[in-house]
Design a protein around this ligand. Structure first.
Ligand code: PFF
Length: 466
């Protein structure tokens, strides 16, 4: 059963940009991007990411926002309205936030834990290399912090007060940016003698981060990096999961879509690149090449070391930093949860209350399992992309490396070949706005994106191996 609700609009261009950026800038930029960049050797990953952002990212974001604005519907029904045989993409897209929310809340819990560490002035204890692994493998605390993070998210969604929260983004996001820049500059001045007696500096780390080094890289390794970069891009700009379709449906017809999309993408990519700049050189200085493949725990291991190196003031900087990251994480998790809650309302005709309660029960159970995946429920498997992962990595892999590329692939076929790109171009150029990279958009959506996506999808699911 579908309910028709009247759509309120964003208050003009800035409202849309702020809301979309609030969803886009989150743990993806600060936690996920740096650890992937480090794992994938820095430079090559960065180059792949930037090229993909300018081509793939721009094409997908444009497509989704335009579909939303054109149909004025949520993703569950929007794709069906574009073509009645293709409604399934909407359902598939809605599965992605369902996979993401529980583990997003577990990481959010880690952020809250570190916030409390710096609040109580224990930053130096957290700087020891075993602290993080000791924490996540304890059975009780991670559950509590995940619960607190989720409770805040659920409260905001349940009460429908997202708009109020987003007002703070305007102030906090620029502060976050300034802090990230400041910490990055500090990280570049670091110098450390490793246990192997080698002196490594932040500047050496900067070279690793920025200069691509293809030497000795096999084609297979390159594809893993490319796939990582693509999964990260989807996650980071919140595409291939229906969210941007939902945001698009609230955008007024007189808003300049192209300009807004460029600004959202620029800001999101900037925060990610700078977060990498803050983390990767420091990891290199403190832990050398070996420390770079630490995976999801990377920022929790390396940031405390940077803050400790700052001396006395490190505790305060650490506190403010984790506070703002916590805020960015909450605004994003609110958008993930809102996507699921509103889908359930649309699809099953649930009230907001009922939908929120069901999503909460689900998230607490699965989020709990994710937390316990490092203690009582611990097990590891090797994923098709070579990563040895726990429960969190499995959910992350399923959403980012399997479902999102699949949604993106189907969207490309629908827009490129079934309804044709003109439908999107018409929507973007409403009100006589220019679509500057139109040719690039058409070539991407019809040819390059679907071929690459298919290839990478087969590769990432292990059906095809180079
Ligand atoms: N884009 C967000 C981030 O980078 O943290 C994460 C995110 C938001 C993922 C919304 C999924 C989502 F539905």
């Amino acid at each position: 059963m579908q309910k028709q609700t009247s759509r309120s609009n964003f208050s003009g261009q800035l409202g849309f940009i702020m809301a979309a950026a609030g969803s886009a800038v989150g743990l993806g930029n600060i936690w996920r991007f740096p650890y992937l960049a480090a794992k994938d050797g820095g430079g090559v990953f960065i180059v792949c990411y930037i090229i993909l952002a300018l081509t793939f990212g721009f094409s997908l974001l444009t497509t989704e926002v335009a579909i939303g604005r054109k149909t004025a519907q949520s993703p569950l029904t929007a794709y069906k309205k574009i073509n009645r045989h293709w409604g399934g993409i909407g359902i598939l897209a809605c599965l992605v936030p369902i996979l993401i929310l529980p583990y997003y809340c577990s990481i959010g819990g880690w952020i809250f834990k570190y916030l409390s560490i710096y609040l109580t002035g224990q930053g130096n204890a957290a700087a020891s290399s075993e602290y993080f692994s000791g924490y996540i493998s304890s059975s009780f605390q991670p559950l509590i912090y995940m619960f607190i993070f989720f409770a805040i998210t659920a409260f905001i969604v349940y009460c429908g007060v997202e708009k109020g929260i987003e007002r703070y983004s305007k102030v906090l996001m620029p502060i976050l940016l300034v802090m990230v820049v400041g910490i990055s500059i500090f990280a570049l001045t670091l110098e450390n003698t490793g246990t192997d007696g080698v002196v490594r500096t932040g500047l050496d780390g900067l070279k690793v981060y920025l200069i691509p080094d293809f030497s000795g890289m096999s084609v297979k390794e390159f594809f893993v990096i490319l796939m990582d970069a693509m999964g990260q891009l989807f996650f980071s700009i919140s595409v291939a999961m229906g969210i941007m379709v939902a945001y698009g449906s609230y955008v007024r017809k007189d808003t300049n879509l192209m300009r807004s999309i460029n600004q959202i993408e620029f800001f999101d990519t900037l925060v990610a690149l700078l977060a990498g700049l803050m983390i990767v050189p420091a990891v290199f200085a403190f832990m050398g090449e070996d420390g770079m493949s630490a995976g999801p725990g990377l920022i929790f291991v390396s940031l405390p070391k940077i803050f400790m190196a700052m001396g006395e003031i490190g505790n305060i900087i650490g506190f403010i930093f984790f506070l703002i990251v916590a805020f960015a994480a909450v605004t994003s998790s609110v958008s993930v949860m809102e996507a699921i809650v509103s889908s359930f309302m649309d699809y099953f005709g649930f009230t907001r209350k009922k939908s929120s309660v069901i999503v909460s029960i689900y998230t607490l159970i699965v989020g709990g399992i994710v937390c316990l995946g490092y203690s009582s429920l611990f097990f590891e498997i090797t994923l098709p992309n070579g990563v040895v992962g726990q429960i969190l990595d499995i959910l992350d892999y399923l959403s980012n490396n399997c479902f999102m590329p699949l949604v993106a692939f189907l969207t490309c076929i629908l827009v490129g070949w079934v309804v044709k790109p003109d439908v999107i171009i018409e929507e973007v150029t409403q009100g006589k706005y220019k679509f500057k990279r139109k040719w690039l958009y058409v070539v991407m959506i019809k040819f390059i994106a679907p071929i690459m996506l298919l290839f990478l999808l087969l590769q990432s699911t292990g059906l095809f191996n180079l």
